[in-house]
Design a protein around this ligand. Structure first.
Ligand code: UD1
Ligand code: UDP
Length: 359
């Protein structure tokens, strides 16, 4: 059976690493890996392929574009040709990026079955490009791998038949278990950045809604500056955020701010698990905070990972710098209820079983 996997952005490399490893253990599956090229800096792409031992992609489509339509359109054209040439039994896609939506559309039009990992997530905010990508991907998919009970109910409410939905758990939870140990053994990031374990604030920011608006990005800069007067703040800077700060003439400064380039996954896991608190607009980082039982403030108006807010591990940061600072101080040292919303850490095996039986 031939599975054609499409990835393009940082979180997809991490998710695909976990599933691809399991697929490679089984001879009856032959995986062809396609990189759209969406993320292309070495520290946004190559580092994950080498440290997570992902095979070199058979194709890199080299799509680098600024606007959504242009990016998705180029991916669609180039993916269509690859799909025709490879003629896979199934096209495997991850998450909610432009690479996800383009692959779903190209495959569905060629009548190649689509399998979507991380199906059913919803923010109910169509101003987010990711929400549009999720809806498109889910409604074009033949096999929907939902990570949580909430994601299953979203899909059912939208009329997707139960027979297409498989609640398998979250592949990022699998990744946190498998790579968690390696990270502890190999990463030197805590020492190299001079972090005091259990005391610093880890921050990541990259969402369009936080970076495209100068006022909002200014609020986040103010909050970080204020927090870093009293506490060490570590911020691996996403290239999008770096460009937007330059464009708006904003300065990310702070007395105890440690600004770095994006770090590899093994370093990121160490930074997460040793933080006092995590402030983030990332979907993946919100969950990883919970996997390592670190309190989290989400720098957004809503979150798709609602279980984390319900159990008290995560809270929404609010609109103003003051609200973000207050939420941070409240959350430090707090804990939430223990729960297991993301499965048993065997999502990748379950995905393999469903794919194998789908032919
Ligand atoms: C994309 C996804 C988002 C995901 C995020 C993960 C979409 C619409 N967005 O957002 O869902 O959460 O990836 O990180 O698909 N850039 C570089 N080097 C890189 C990558 C990006 O310089 O290696 C710059 C480029 O100027 C680019 C900008 O960052 O225009 C934004 O990149 P893009 O892939 O469009 O969106 P992300 O914000 O990375
Ligand atoms: N991540 C990383 N290095 C960084 C920042 C994030 O390895 O400098 C990892 C993080 O641990 C998580 C994933 O990237 O597994 C999340 O990706 P991102 O925040 O870019 O996207 P999202 O999850 O919001 O789609």
């Amino acid at each position: 059976m031939k599975v054609l996997t499409v990835v393009g952005a940082r979180p997809q490399f991490i998710k695909a690493a976990t599933v691809s490893r399991v697929l490679r253990e089984h001879d009856e599956i032959d995986e062809c890996l396609v990189h759209t090229g969406q993320h292309y800096d070495a520290n946004m792409s190559d580092v994950f392929f080498s440290e997570l031992e992902i095979p070199h992609p058979k194709y890199n489509l080299g799509v680098i574009a600024q606007r959504h339509g242009e990016m998705t359109g180029l991916m669609l054209t180039r993916l269509e040709q690859v799909l025709i040439d490879e003629n896979p039994d199934v096209c495997l896609i991850y998450g909610d990026t432009n690479s996800t939506a383009a692959a779903a559309l190209a495959s569905a039009k060629l009548r190649i079955p689509v399998a979507h990992v991380e199906a059913g997530l919803r923010s109910f905010n169509r101003a987010m490009p990711e929400e549009i990508n999720r809806v498109v991907a889910d409604h074009l998919s033949d096999i929907l791998f939902a990570p949580t009970a909430n994601s299953v109910s979203h899909l059912l409410r939208e009329g997707i038949p139960n027979s297409k939905i498989f609640q398998v758990g979250d592949v990022m939870y699998d990744a946190s278990i498998y790579y968690g140990l390696k990270s502890q053994q190999r990463s030197r990031v805590i020492k190299n950045l001079g972090c005091n374990c259990g005391e610093y604030v880890l921050v990541t920011i990259h969402r369009q809604e936080n970076t495209n608006d100068a006022d909002r990005l200014g609020v986040l800069c103010d909050a970080i500056e204020a927090i870093s007067r009293d506490r060490q703040v570590v911020l691996p800077l996403h290239p999008r955020t770096k460009k937007q700060l330059e464009q708006f003439g904003l300065d990310l400064t702070g007395k105890r701010l440690v600004l770095t380039e994006p770090v590899g996954y093994l370093d990121m896991v160490q930074l997460e698990r040793n933080a006092a608190i995590i402030l983030t607009d990332s979907g993946g980082v919100q969950k990883e905070a919970y996997f390592y039982r670190v309190p989290c403030v989400t720098l957004r108006a809503e979150t798709e990972w609602i279980e984390l807010v319900e159990t008290g591990w995560n809270r929404l940061g609010g609109d103003s710098a003051i609200e973000i600072i207050e939420a941070t101080e409240e959350a430090i040292g707090s804990t939430g209820k223990d729960a297991q919303p993301y499965g048993s850490g065997r999502a990748a095996e379950e995905i393999y079983s469903v794919l194998k039986n789908s032919k």
